[in-house]
Structures are given as C-alpha cells and as structure tokens.
Write a protein that binds this ligand. Structure first.
Ligand SMILES: CC(C)(COP(=O)(O)OP(=O)(O)OC[C@H]1O[C@@H](n2cnc3c(N)ncnc32)[C@H](O)[C@@H]1OP(=O)(O)O)[C@@H](O)C(=O)NCCC(=O)NCCS
Length: 294
C-alpha cells in the first residue's frame, strides 16, 4: 500500500518528475508549483503525495470543490496508488463541506478547463469510480510561427488604427490605475485575480479611452504562467466593435511568440473572433467530470 501524506514545496522536484512522466496531454510538470501549491480565488491548494518504498509515485491536489490534478507515474500504476489519492481528495473535500468534487475547471488556477478528451484511460478510470459528465470546454490553438495573421507588423498596425481613434494602446503598467476595478466591474469572477497575476509578469495590454477609462484589456500567462496561455480579455460594452480586442490579442500573441510556437487560448467563448483575428490552428476539447459527495 502507498503511504499518503501532504505534499510541501520540499517535494517539488520529485513531484515535477512524476508529472512529467504521468501527464501526456498537459504540461503539468512546468506549472507544478502553481498547480500543487498556489491558491485560486476559491481558496488554498491542498496537495498530497503517494510514496511507495520512499519514492514519490503519485500526486493530487484539491481546492474547494475542484480536483486540480491527479497523476501516478506510469510504472507505479495499477497498484491502487491512484485510488488511494482519489479517496484522500474526496474525503478532504467532503469533510470541508463540499457537496461535490469536479475535475480541473478551477477558475483562476487550472491546469486545463477539464480532462483532455484524448485522455480516455483517466476518464474511464474516474467514471468507474462514480464520476459523471458535467460538461465540456474548449481551448483553441493559434500558430505563432509562419502565421501571416500574427506578426509584430500586424500588431503595430492594429495598435496604430486604435490610436487613430483616440485610444492609448500599450502594455499595462504593474499598477495600472483602475484596471483591476474595471475588470471586476465589467466581468468579475476570477478575472481580476488572473489579471493581477498576469500583471506581475508584464503580460497585460490595455486600450485606454480618451477620457482615461479602461476600454479593453487582454492578458497572457495569468494562469499556467510560463506556458504562454492567452486570457482573460475583454472590452467594455461602450467600446466594442472598434477592433480594440484584436489589437490587444495581437500584442499578447507577439509577446508569447518570443517563447512558444503556438498559443493556447483557454476556455474560449467567441471562437469566430479568434478565427478572424489570428486564425485557429486547432482546438483541444476537455471533459468536466464530477462526483456527488453527499
Ligand atoms: C488515472 C491514474 C491516476 C490511475 O492511477 P493508478 O495508480 O493506476 O490507479 P489504481 O491503481 O488505483 O487503479 C488503476 C487500475 O488498477 C487496478 N488495480 C488497483 N489495485 C490493483 C492491484 N493491487 N493489482 C492489480 N490491479 C489493481 C484498479 O482496479 C484499476 O483498474 P480499473 O480502472 O479497471 O478499475 C493514472 O492512470 C494516471 O496518472 N493517468 C494520467 C493522469 C493524467 O493525465 N493527469 C492529467 C489530468 S489531472
């Protein structure tokens, strides 16, 4: 039997190795610290590790009513390690008063907005343990190399067009006045939290209206920092239809292109906007499963 204990940052190197081996569909190892230890708007992360003969072979983490991830090293599978971790996560959530536990779609800090539908083994494994379909989410992939729609020149032209209309289009300052308040007022949810995290890395672009109000914003690396994921982004209703969002999307994509060959647009809404503004090279589909804990 594996021994299950709370994980700490002292376990991070081993945890990264487990995630690198275990997670074929997500870049979990690269964001291990964020996923295992950093909070979300809904609360703190609680992570556990499974050890066999002293070696870390599996990890899981929970925040509130979300299972943030679960992974067992391939050579340690089919020995009950995953089941022991899942039982620990479910018992913790139940004891904390959560009526249900859901997979991965934790606003503000998510490895992915669900389980990649290609991950059929993990989906079947959870379904066998009483988890049922709750919904689906989609990420889009935008090509950043050899894509004529994404270039510094096109980003600059889009910013110039917005400036010609009187908007100040630029990278947000770390303490951009009114930004978090505007995001909270116009969009709310986890977005101000994600924008604050993106700001810390310099990954937010804004369009300021002639009177000084935040007309539009777009961010990358607020969640899954370092992977170049795009979002959140939004334009105040008074300033829609002026291609401000396109200008800011392109500015973000040019940032990400310095490091990545593709950009993942997470948990998308308006697919046609992205098709038109930057082209869509592919998409990823995610299944959200949940288990009733009552
Ligand atoms: C899903 C996952 C966590 C399961 O881990 P695991 O340690 O293999 O899980 P278990 O050993 O508890 O269960 C696996 C199977 O082995 C069986 N098993 C358990 N104990 C056993 C034992 N002692 N002898 C033989 N078989 C056993 C289980 O019955 C189960 O079979 P079933 O699914 O047909 O019921 C693991 O496959 C994994 O890491 N997948 C990738 C995770 C991933 O992609 N994560 C990213 C999204 S979070």
């Amino acid at each position: 039997m594996p021994s299950i204990a709370r994980l700490t940052r002292a376990d991070l190197v081993e945890a990264r190795a487990v995630l690198a081996d275990a997670c074929a569909f997500d870049r979990a190892a690269e964001v291990a610290e964020e996923k295992l230890f950093e909070p979300a708007p809904a609360g703190e992360a609680v992570a556990w590790g499974a050890r066999v003969g002293g070696a870390l072979v599996g990890v899981t983490a929970v925040t509130a009513d979300r299972l943030r991830l679960i992974a067992v090293a391939p050579d340690a599978r089919r020995r009950g390690v995953g089941a022991a971790l899942l039982e620990t996560a479910e018992a913790h959530a139940r004891a904390a008063g959560a009526p249900r536990l859901r997979t991965l779609d934790l606003p503000g800090n998510y490895l992915a907005p669900g389980i990649d539908v290609r991950n059929t083994d993990t989906i079947a494994w959870l379904q066998k343990r009483g988890w049922v379909r709750h919904g689906e989410n989609v990420n889009l992939r935008v090509a950043l190399r050899g894509n004529p729609q994404v270039s510094a020149a096109r980003a600059a032209a889009a910013a110039d067009a917005a400036r010609a209309r009187g908007y100040d289009v630029r990278r947000a300052r770390p303490d951009e006045p009114g930004l978090l308040e505007a995001v909270a007022a116009d969009f709310g949810g986890a977005w101000p939290w994600e924008i604050a995290r993106a700001l810390a890395g310099g990954g937010v672009h804004v369009a300021i209206a002639p009177g000084g109000a935040i007309a539009s914003f777009a961010a990358h690396d607020g969640n899954n920092r370092g992977l170049g994921w795009f979002g959140p982004a939004g334009t105040h209703p008074d300033h829609r239809g002026l291609r401000l969002a396109e200008a800011l999307l392109l500015a973000c994509l040019v940032d990400v292109a310095a490091r990545e060959a593709t950009c993942e647009v997470a948990w998308i809404g308006p697919r046609r906007f992205y098709e038109h503004a930057a082209g869509v090279a592919g998409d990823r589909h995610f299944l959200v499963l949940q288990k009733d804990l009552t």
